[in-house]
Structure formats: structure tokens, C-alpha cells
Write a protein that binds this ligand. Structure first.
Ligand code: IPE
Ligand code: IPE
Ligand code: MG
Length: 237
């Protein structure tokens, strides 16, 4: 069903609208995040059965530190809970977990839990689940540029030989195929610094529903809409 690399189907999701979901119910924003985490669990469970081979969830952007400390702390607590409680179940279900984003600014215990989860599930062959945490698309591209510049300065890389494949290969997410489909919930229609380089030819679908309300049924509807799209990659065939 996918596109890019034969046999893969990569769906990336900007899980947006937790705060508004809560506000509409007169609840604190943190409750929106609590139910947003439940929605993420639901969609991870549904994805493999729906034909998705790679699922990438935007959990926390490098800009989200600008939010009030109580909200940031709550989000980090949810993440800690997910890494502590859900990884065994993911492993049983043959899910391979990886995390993209800058690790330096995260709490050391969270980084340790992430590394343990990645190591535990590294040889699994089912759904390839990636969580984008403290992630920014521009930071990703800057990291690739830094790495290539270091290689060139060390004499290991000829600058004239740098092409798109070299840059793609130097991205921290180089192990992932490009997303075939981007879904953003909450009605907002923007990329918000998600996988900028990788989304060159992603189909985009903006869903008018807050993330905590997003169901397996909504995912199925989105995938059906994707199937009806005519992807051309610049050709006219
Ligand atoms: C998405 O929901 C979750 C994160 C960004 C962590 P928001 O918290 O952005 O919810 P809205 O967009 O304010 O409704
Ligand atoms: C993008 O949502 C980040 C995540 C969903 C984790 P935001 O709510 O932070 O994006 P903006 O601020 O509306 O662009
Ligand atoms: Mg938002």
C-alpha cells in the first residue's frame, strides 16, 4: 500500500489537540495529555493490523519546552510511565521501538529507559514504532550538516560528492523510510517542524478531531483516503 520503499508503509502522526480537548471539557490541559497517551496506545495496537509497517509519533517537539513547567513535567512523567509500563507489551507484540530527537536535554533516567527499550526490541520484526521526542526537523538537518562537515574536515569525505543520498544517510533518522502519509489531528494544517527533509513527497491528511478522540476507525478512514490519492513523485503517470 505504501510507496517509497517496496513493502514499507510509513505513517507519521502529529498528535495534536490534547489541550483543546481538555479545555472543551473544563479539564486541565494535563488531562488532555493523559487521554492523548491512551489514544497513542490505541493507535499503536491498531497500526500493524491496518498494514502500517512504520509508525512515527510526534510526542514532544524541541519547541514544546516553551510551555509551562507543570505541563512539560507532566508530559515527561507520561513518557516515563510509557517506557516503564508499556515496553514489555510492545516487545511481546514484536514491536521495534526507536526514539528520534535530541537526547542531551532529557532527564538521564528517561534516556536510560529509552536505550533499554531500544536494545530490548532491536531484533523485533513487527511494527517499527518511532517516537519523536525533543525532536525538530531543522535540528535534524543541522545535525546531518555538522556530521558531514566533520567528515569533510577529517578528509574522509569529498564535499563535491555530497548528494541527496549522502544527506539523507547522515540524518539521525536515516534508518527510516520516508513517510508515505502524514496525519495531523486537531484541524491545524501545518508541519510544526516535524520530519522536514523526509516529508518531501508525503501525502498529508488533516483530521478535524482532537487527538484524544482519534480511534482505530479514524486511522482506517485515513488509510483508505490515502489509498485513493494519486502519488506522482514529479512524474505524470
Ligand atoms: C499535542 O496537543 C500534544 C503535545 C504537543 C505534546 P497540544 O498540547 O498541542 O494541544 P493543543 O494544540 O494546545 O490543543
Ligand atoms: C506539534 O504540535 C508537536 C507535537 C504534536 C508533539 P504543537 O501543538 O506543539 O504545534 P503548534 O505550536 O501548534 O505549531
Ligand atoms: Mg498543539
Amino acid at each position: 500500500m505504501g510507496g517509497g520503499i517496496a513493502g514499507t508503509f510509513h505513517v507519521a502522526i502529529i498528535m495534536d489537540g490534547n489541550g483543546r480537548w481538555a479545555r472543551h471539557r473544563g479539564l486541565p490541559r494535563t488531562m488532555g495529555h493523559y487521554f492523548g497517551a491512551e489514544a497513542a496506545r490505541r493507535i499503536v495496537r491498531a497500526a500493524a493490523g491496518a498494514g502500517v509497517t512504520h509508525l512515527t509519533l510526534f510526542g514532544f517537539s524541541s519547541e514544546n519546552w516553551r510551555r509551562p513547567k507543570v505541563e512539560v513535567d507532566y508530559l515527561m512523567g507520561l513518557l516515563r510511565g510509557y517506557l516503564r509500563k508499556d515496553v514489555a507489551g510492545l516487545h511481546e507484540n514484536n514491536v521495534r521501538l526507536s526514539v528520534i530527537g535530541t537526547r542531551e536535554e532529557l532527564a538521564p533516567d528517561i534516556v536510560r529507559l529509552m536505550e533499554q527499550a531500544e536494545a530490548l526490541t532491536a531484533r523485533n520484526t513487527g511494527l517499527y514504532l518511532t517516537i519523536a521526542l525533543n525532536y525538530g526537523g531543522r535540528a535534524d538537518i543541522a545535525a546531518a550538516a555538522r556530521h558531514l562537515a566533520q567528515e569533510a574536515a577529517a578528509g574522509r569525505l569529498d564535499p563535491a560528492a555530497i548528494d541527496e543520498a549522502t544527506v539523507a544517510g547522515a540524518l539521525p533518522s536515516a534508518h527510516l523510510p520516508d513517510p508515505d502519509l502524514l496525519i495531523r489531528t486537531s484541524g491545524e494544517q501545518r508541519i510544526s517542524n516535524f520530519l522536514l527533509w523526509q516529508m518531501a513527497y508525503a501525502e498529508m491528511l488533516f483530521v478535524d478531531r482532537y487527538w484524544p478522540d482519534f480511534t482505530a476507525e479514524d486511522l482506517a478512514v485515513a488509510l483508505a483516503a490515502f489509498k485513493r490519492r494519486d502519488r506522482r513523485f514529479g512524474g505524470n503517470v
